[in-house]
Design a protein around this ligand. Structure first.
Ligand SMILES: Cc1cc2nc3c(=O)[nH]c(=O)nc-3n(C[C@H](O)[C@H](O)[C@H](O)COP(=O)(O)OP(=O)(O)OC[C@H]3O[C@@H](n4cnc5c(N)ncnc54)[C@H](O)[C@@H]3O)c2cc1C
Length: 566
């Protein structure tokens, strides 16, 4: 019988990220998906800075930044008049490289390549149809072309999308609602570059967005008039049902194409550009939903299976990546017997509030964008868009992403002390991924240096102090630690391979670090603990509190799985 340590259901971005993360930590994670092969449709178009960092840390980013070389400027029109222009290229933050505009297909391809390099392939045409769990394992029933097959795994993770079978198996609620509007998306070729290039057109409560794709096609997205026949056809209770899909041979009818052309011309005012055959066409309702629970014992859900938010916020795929990166290191520690299973409670405790915050923020954003009432339209025209002409505000919204930045400081692994007034990033906060230089002068960033490992960062401090703290971490967490000494430019100290240079003091400022501040980073890039000096006792206390190691570790799951893991 097939016995992976972790069975991941779903080869979308969430499942692939989780499988790469687990395998990079030595866990036998396998992925199944009911599709015949990779999805051909573009779907999500934006990799946010956090999603980009996650792929980078997992070694899956590859050539995606080169592929994203698209026109990043777009203009927002209200009632036919240009209101504000954004250039996403100039909006990278001080601690990130900005947004990548790429279709989801390209991201999934890079993740599958990384998974292959880590020794696994997706098993397509394999659908989960049942699961039962005991205190020590999950028995899973899969349907394949050869009939039903039983698999035993230590853990089952449902990354199987909005209609998740795993979510239904664990009988968690999926509370929320759908927006009243019906949306349509199409990837099309135009006869020429559209008159205004990339643009967003808003008129009363109707919207049209036009954006280029790396393939030379353009994505158009629009709300559909409530009385249109296509709008009636999308009254599905859950999101994104495709009415047409090239892989199934369905394409919009001639009358639908004519309708698309007329809708494009009417909302953009561009009557000269002809719309050619779409390669993908989809009509859907937007849902906002969150599962009441992300876990039942040995079964977890992540990504769209656990939460849905408006795609107008561009966060759906990215929050699935963040779920996977949050769960991966915790599950690996527990599977290897290096942490008590209670650590896994922190997955839901950290990710559910974060995804609820995203859901609220993207819902607000969508409501304002769609101008569904007189007040929303007034706010949109008189307050929000005029304010967004200020470059500083654009940078704040796009780079800082205030409402979307997730901190776990109030979660179970966050600070125990009351520190909501503290400005310095502390336990449970995302560590700033600041650019710095290697000892040989080569440019790098903190995230790139640490990858998906634990990180021990020591500002100044003696080499011996850093080594002492590193030994404490290594004793509890064998392997997977990067120790870094941050030194100012022009330092006279001999530089070893653990040193990075902070020429303009950006790292020091971003962390509000003193002369000897020492910080332990979790493998997902969040701050575990910080101390004003290399304090081995503080690090040891944090690890003891979080890992709750038993004094005598019995035969670990890792050793059992290790024998199974070729
Ligand atoms: C039309 C459309 C446009 C979108 N636009 C955006 C956007 O602009 N920005 C954005 O951030 N997000 C967007 N999204 C959302 C984004 O695509 C999702 O958030 C993202 O795909 C979620 O990834 P996931 O891995 O959690 O789930 P999915 O990508 O849905 O992957 C789930 C996988 O599980 C498999 N599966 C399902 N059931 C089973 C089963 N029983 N057994 C085995 N396998 C199963 C499926 O075949 C699928 O491959 C869009 C989605 C759609 C459909």
């Amino acid at each position: 019988m097939w016995q992976p340590c972790v069975l991941v259901v779903g080869a979308g971005p969430t499942g692939l990220t989780l499988a790469c993360d687990l395998r990079s930590r030595g866990i036998d994670a396998q992925v199944v998906d009911r599709r015949d092969g990779p999805a051909p449709t573009t779907r999500a178009l934006g990799l946010q800075p956090r999603g980009r960092q996650i792929l980078d840390r997992l070694g899956a980013l590859g050539d995606l930044p080169d592929l994203s070389a698209l026109d990043m400027k777009f203009t927002v029109f209200v009632d036919g008049r240009p209101q504000v222009c954004f250039d996403l290229d100039t909006l990278a933050g001080p601690t990130d490289d900005g947004v990548l505009r790429l279709p989801q297909t390209e991201i999934e391809l890079r993740l599958r390549r990384r998974l292959a390099a880590l020794g696994a392939e997706v098993r397509w045409r394999t659908e989960i149809v049942g699961a039962e769990q005991s205190p020590s394992r999950v028995t899973i029933t899969l349907r394949t072309a050869d009939g039903e097959q039983t698999v035993q795994a230590d853990w089952l993770i449902g990354c199987d999308g909005a209609h998740s079978a795993v979510r239904k198996l664990v009988q968690t609620r999926f509370d929320g609602s759908a927006f009243p509007q019906t949306f349509m998306l199409a990837d099309v070729r135009f006869s020429a570059t559209p008159k205004h290039g990339p643009a967003l057109y808003l008129e009363r409560d109707q919207l049209l967005a036009v954006a280029p794709l790396p393939s030379g096609e353009w994505r158009i997205g629009a709300t559909l008039p409530a009385d249109h026949e296509l709008a009636g056809g999308a009254a599905h209770p859950l999101p994104m049902p495709m009415t047409a899909n090239p892989s199934s041979g369905e394409l919009p009818s001639t009358s639908q194409l004519t309708f698309l052309q007329e809708l494009f011309a009417a909302r953009s005012g561009d009557t000269a550009t002809r719309l050619l055959a779409p390669s993908w066409f989809s009509v859907f309702r937007i849902n906002r939903r969150t599962a009441s629970s992300f876990r039942r014992d040995r079964i977890f859900i992540a990504g769209d299976a656990a939460h849905l938010s408006s795609p107008l916020g561009g966060q759906g795929m990215n929050s699935g990546l963040a779920d996977a990166f949050n769960l991966g290191w915790k599950l690996a520690l527990v599977a290897r017997g290096l942490a008590d299973a209670r650590l896994l409670d922190s997955y839901q405790a950290e990710r559910k509030p974060a995804t609820e915050r995203i859901e609220r923020a993207t819902t607000q954003f969508t409501r304002i964008l769609l101008g569904g009432g007189v007040l929303s339209r007034f706010l949109r025209r008189v307050v929000v868009l005029p304010m967004m002409r200020r470059p500083a505000l654009q940078r704040w919204v796009f780079s800082g992403r205030p409402a979307l930045r997730s901190s776990y400081r109030h979660g179970p692994l966050g600070a125990t002390a009351r520190r909501w007034l503290a400005r310095a990033p502390g336990p449970g906060d995302e560590a700033p991924d600041v650019r710095c230089r290697r000892a040989d002068g080569a440019p790098t960033s903190l995230g790139r240096e640490i990858g998906a490992d634990w990180g021990l960062i020591c500002f100044g401090g003696a080499e011996a102090d850093l080594a002492r703290c590193a030994a404490i971490v290594q004793a509890r967490l064998p392997g997977g630690l990067k120790s870094i000494r941050v030194l100012p430019a022009g330092t006279t100290e001999p530089l070893d391979r653990r040193a990075v240079l902070d020429p303009a003091g950006a790292l020091q400022r971003a962390f509000h670090a003193g002369a000897t501040t020492t910080i332990l980073l979790r493998p997902d890039g969040y701050i575990a603990c910080r101390a004003p000096r290399p304090d081995a006792a503080a690090i040891s206390d944090w690890l003891d509190r979080i890992l709750r190691l038993k004094p005598a570790r019995c035969e670990s799951a890792f050793e059992r799985n290790g024998s199974r893991f070729a």
